[in-house]
Ligand binder design. Sequence first.
Ligand code: G3P
Ligand code: CA
Length: 268
Amino acid sequence: AAAQADGHPHHHTVTVAHRGASGYAPENTLAAVDAADDLGIDWVENDVQRTKDGELIVMHDTTLSRTTNVEEVFPDRAPWNISDFTLDEIEKLDAGSWFGADFQGETVPTLEEYMDRVSDNHQKLLLELKSPELYPGIERQTLRELRREGWLDHRHKRRLIVQSFNAEAMRTVHRLRPDVKTGFLGTPAVADLPEYAEFSDQINPSYKTIDADYVAAVRAVDGAHGKPLEVYTWTVNDGPSAVSVAGMGVNGIITNKPDVVRDALDDA
Ligand code: G3P
Ligand code: CA
C-alpha cells in the first residue's frame, strides 16, 4: 500500500490472531480468543469442523490428538478423528494442558460458544472451514448457525469473513449467501485469479509464497463484491517478516503473536 496521508505506511494493515492469540494460549480455545482481546486485537481466526453427532466445533487438526488429552481418556479409539467422537465425548477432553499447566481444564469450544465469546469481546471473526470435504453440507450448516446467532444481520456482517483452502466449499458459501465476505486460502496462479474472484473477496496465501508483484496482481482484480481482491497472509510471527509483507501491500497479517506484528508495524 502507498504511504497514508499521515505518513504511516502500514496504518490499515489488519492484524488477525491466528487460532486466537495462539502464541500465548492454547489454539482455538476461548482462552486464545481472550488472549487476543487482552492484547487489544479485534480480529481472530479459527477452524471449524464437525463431530460424529453433527455439532460444529472449533479445532485445527482433523484428529483430536495433538491439542487434547484424548489418547489418555479414550485409549482404544485410534486414530482419534474428530468425526468419530460425539460432542459429549469431546467436551470431556482437556484442550489446555498440552500448552501449559495454567490452561488445564480449557475445553474444545463449540462454534456457538466460540462466536458468543467473540461477540462478548466485541471482536471479529475470520472463520475457516477446515477440510470441508470431510463434512458434507458443512457450508450450509455453518451459515445457518451464523444466521441464528445474528452474525449475518446487516449491521454485523462486517465482522465476519469465511475462508477455506477448498475452492468448491467457498463457491458454495458464496452461492448460498452472496452477501457474506469470503476468502480463498492459497496462492492461485495470476492467470486463474478472475475465476477465484467470482466467489472470493480475498486471496489468502502463505507469506512464504508471495512477493510485491503477486500482491499487486491480486489487488488488480476485482473480487466478488466489485472491490479489489484483498490479501491476508499467514502465518507471520516475527517483526521483520511483518514489516516485509506489509511493504508488499498486503491488507492483513494472520499471526500467532499479534502484539509482535502490531508493534513491528507501529515502529516501521
Ligand atoms: O488463516 C490462515 C491459516 O490458518 C491457514 O493455515 O493450517 O493454520 O489453518 P492453517
Ligand atoms: Ca486456519
